[in-house]
Design a protein around this ligand. Structure first.
Ligand SMILES: NC(=O)c1ccc[n+]([C@@H]2O[C@H](COP(=O)([O-])OP(=O)(O)OC[C@H]3O[C@@H](n4cnc5c(N)ncnc54)[C@H](O)[C@@H]3O)[C@@H](O)[C@H]2O)c1
Ligand SMILES: O=C(O)C(=O)C[C@@H](O)[C@H](O)[C@H](O)COP(=O)(O)O
Ligand SMILES: [Zn+2]
Length: 355
């Protein structure tokens, strides 16, 4: 395996997933080893690491798939499983899954007996480029996204390109949205590379260098500001509106994938960037066209503006009752801590509706 990043978590690219995982377990385990998956990663990914001698099959836990299971009931089951299966402070939890179980499993590990080590093996594009690295762990609460959680880094992250070959197209698109976010906050060059990538006929092998570059961009911001006091807020571009859309859709029993919500959110926030920071209109139009072609259009109406605004009041960047945005004045030119009035937010939602 090769080192991709050597930061709070050591991030490796796998050559031989079974052998590399054995090596990592031997390196990091100081006691019992537990494995957490959801039903999807169990079906598609577990066969690739099955019968690894370091993992006792009695210590394997499988949770239901889907973001509506990223909640207090599921994490209570994980704590219970660890507790009744003799986990102690030296135990190691391995999350073999996408972002949902990595967030939830990371939070379970961070809180069980005040903290045990965990390794993330991200099996979705989204979790490889974003959720498995950076130390944000948590669960949703009362439909607010990641309302409860802590910063706690995985001791290690093992990225294996092969896993994402079994993902459906929608989930590939979802992960690609976070890659687009990384490109837009980082540089014109990265965006120019991504915007011509044919994500509809995905060649997973061709995607690999872009995935690695995306991890580097994420880590660039995490290293500079691990607990999101300042510049890490860049990684939250698109999320003030995006999380409101995601929660709104969940409340209405019409859930959307996280990356889709972020894609819609980025369009609205680019408009706010255009109005408040001078983000060029031509670039807004181009990005809007590209994103809308991949992600379609989020359905809501004017009568939902108040509900969406209320959801935004729970954004974690907010201070002093003001909704806090990360906006762009150009591609790669970030402006953090941009507060917008309710009227400005409603105007941006109106802009989106009129597309
Ligand atoms: N902590 C962070 O920094 C961070 C960053 C971005 C997103 N997130 C969170 O991550 C979550 C979204 O992550 P996600 O998109 O990976 O969703 P996910 O974990 O729900 O996975 C999506 C679907 O893919 C299935 N799956 C997993 N691996 C598979 C594979 N190899 N082949 C086929 N199917 C597979 C899962 O069972 C699930 O049904 C959200 O909860 C979001 O809030 C966290
Ligand atoms: O790593 C970060 O920082 C991010 O904001 C990455 C986001 O893509 C991710 O969705 C994160 O979970 C959002 O965090 P939140 O603090 O807005 O819940
Ligand atoms: Zn995100």
């Amino acid at each position: 395996m090769q080192v991709i990043e050597d930061s709070e978590s050591k991030v490796y690219g796998a050559d031989d997933i079974k052998k590399d995982l054995s090596e990592l377990i031997n390196k990091y385990s100081r006691g019992k080893v537990f494995l957490l998956m959801d039903t999807g990663s169990h079906q598609h990914c577990y066969p690739k690491i099955k019968e690894i001698p370091e993992i006792d099959t009695n210590n394997i836990m499988i949770i239901e798939q889907g973001d509506h299971h990223k909640n207090i009931e599921t994490i209570a089951k994980v704590w219970h499983f660890l507790s009744t299966n003799g986990a102690d402070r030296k135990s190691l939890l391995i999350n073999l899954a996408g972002g949902m179980p990595c967030d939830l499993g990371g939070f379970a590990a961070a809180t069980f007996k005040r903290g045990i080590d965990f390794i993330n093996i991200p099996t979705t594009l989204l979790s490889q480029v974003d959720a498995s690295v950076g130390g944000k762990t948590g669960i949703n609460f009362h439909s607010f996204k990641n309302e409860i959680g802590v910063f706690k880094h995985a001791v290690s992250v093992l990225v294996c390109n092969d896993f994402i070959k079994t993902q459906d197209q929608q989930n590939i698109f979802s992960g690609f949205a976070e890659m687009i976010k990384h490109a837009l906050i980082f540089s014109e060059d990265t965006w120019n590379q991504l915007k011509v990538f044919d994500i509809r006929n995905t060649n997973i092998d061709a995607l690999k260098p872009l995935v690695i570059n995306s991890i580097h961009i994420k880590e660039h911001f995490v290293k500079a500001d691990p607990t999101e006091q300042n510049v890490r807020k860049s990684l939250n571009f698109g999320h003030t509106i995006g999380h409101a859309f995601e929660s709104f859709a969940m409340q209405n029993n019409t859930p959307i994938l996280h990356g889709f919500a972020v894609a819609y959110g980025m369009i609205v926030e680019l408009y706010l960037g255009h109005k408040n920071c001078g983000f060029p209109l031509s670039k807004l139009q181009e990005i809007n066209r590209i994103l809308s072609a991949i992600y379609g259009h989020f359905t809501f109406s004017q009568k939902d503006f108040e509900s969406l605004f209320y959801l935004m009041t729970h954004d974690k960047k907010n201070e002093k009752n003001k909704i806090n945005f990360t906006l762009l004045e150009d591609i790669g030119q970030i402006k953090i801590n941009q507060t917008c009035t309710k009227e400005e937010i409603f105007e941006a939602l109106e802009f989106y509706l009129n597309q």
